[in-house]
Ligand binder design. Structure first.
Ligand code: ADP
Length: 367
């Protein structure tokens, strides 16, 4: 990939969805940290006037296939998710934004005890927005985002998995500032009995621990490690300790559920008696993904009801010909449509799992 080292205009971000922050980085601001990093492979050429491009070149002894694979399927470019697409979770958003943006725009404030964070673990029940948060981080144009999917970890690179981790971190240092995201990190770092653990997984985990130590202890490296897991209790102690912050991403509370409904239904027609606090009350214990599914289902139920009303009494066969006779536009969604959707869609998070998360948060979580 080609990274633009020099840019004067940068993206506008909003810290909590309310305060817009202008982040402007010039080549000069970055030059200190970049100059201190000594990549193994490096080539730099002038492409357009005033802009330089950096391209990682595979060093001797490193498999070019791994480098190409990381460039093609791990480096994540724009994915369209912005901070504003994520309901609630303002504290986590601010923490991530501070971690990623502040060291770039105000490197001078990080001296003495005030060090930028290097590693953050997001944990919590599934469907609560952990991956969305990581994707919003990926959209920060000031850093390169390495998205390590669990499938990559457990599949074809098994044989070479520790080398994969090594090259990954090498490239992240080269392209810094950068963020490495391990989704479902428990797939690498889970605690297993010494005999039961696959040798390649063990090697990969050891390499990850070494590389994380390197990043956590390096003053000038601008690499941030982000992990996400729905099962933090499966992560072994050594890996858990290496995350400087372990942030709980919980189920949405009532105000968050209200925000989610407002977000998902913003373009929809609703009957007058449909009120967001009432929908939030109907969905206590549901995660964001469930609420999204409920809104989609309720929206479809309203259409179905409309069609059935049109053909009331008669047995109709849904096909394009019969539908030509009906005008379906802006069908409002009713309270009953939401109630039927909620009765059809069960919460995907069990009470037992919630208890485990709360306990883990109390023991190992960061505030
Ligand atoms: P996780 O990684 O925690 O399992 P995701 O981030 O993949 O969950 O979220 C799954 C889906 O749930 C998203 O695509 C989105 O539709 C919805 N969702 C969850 N949390 C939120 C949120 N806070 N704001 C907006 N949508 C959310």
């Amino acid at each position: 990939i080609k990274k633009q080292v020099s840019k004067t205009s940068r993206s506008k971000l909003s810290l909590t969805g309310k305060t817009p922050v202008q982040s402007t980085i010039t080549n000069n601001n970055n030059s200190n940290s970049e100059a201190k990093i000594k990549p193994i492979g490096f080539s730099e050429n002038e492409s357009t006037k005033g802009e330089k491009e950096k391209k990682y070149e595979c060093p001797k002894g490193i498999d070019q296939e791994i480098v190409s694979m990381i460039e093609d399927s791990v480096i994540d470019r724009s994915n369209g998710i912005s901070w504003l697409d994520i309901a609630s979770l303002n504290e986590v958003k601010s923490l991530l934004q501070e971690t990623i943006i502040l060291p770039s725009v105000m490197p001078e404030i990080f001296k003495g005890i005030r060090k930028p964070l290097k590693s953050i673990l997001l944990f919590g029940p599934p469907g609560t927005g952990k991956t969305m948060l990581a994707k919003a981080v990926a959209n920060n144009k000031d850093s390169i985002f390495f998205n390590v999917a669990p499938s990559l970890v457990v599949s074809k690179w098994r044989g070479d998995s520790s080398k994969l981790i090594k090259v990954l971190f090498e490239m992240a240092r080269f392209y810094s500032p950068s963020v490495i995201f391990f989704d479902e990190i428990d797939s690498i770092g889970s605690e297993r009995s010494a005999n039961g653990e696959h040798e390649a997984t063990r090697q990969m985990k050891s390499e990850l621990l070494i590389q994380m130590d390197g990043v956590n202890n390096c003053k000038d490296c601008r690499v941030i490690i982000l992990g996400a897991t729905n099962h933090p209790w499966l992560i072994d102690d050594a890996l858990r300790r290496r995350f400087e912050k372990r942030i709980y991403v919980p189920l949405p509370d009532k105000p968050a559920r209200i925000q989610l409904f407002q977000m998902y239904l913003k373009d929809m027609e609703l009957y007058k008696d449909v009120e967001f606090p009432m929908l939030a009350d109907l969905t206590e214990g549901y995660n964001g993904a469930d609420i999204n599914a409920i809104c989609r289902d309720a929206a479809m139920i309203s259409i179905r009801t409309q069609i059935q009303r049109f053909y009331s009494g008669s047995n109709f066969n849904l096909n394009s010909q019969t539908l030509q006779n009906i005008q379906i536009q802006n069908v409002p969604i009713s309270v009953q449509d939401f109630q039927s959707a909620v009765s059809r869609i069960k919460s995907s998070v069990s009470f037992q799992d919630l208890e485990k998360h709360t306990k883990w948060f109390q023991t190992f979580g960061s505030l």
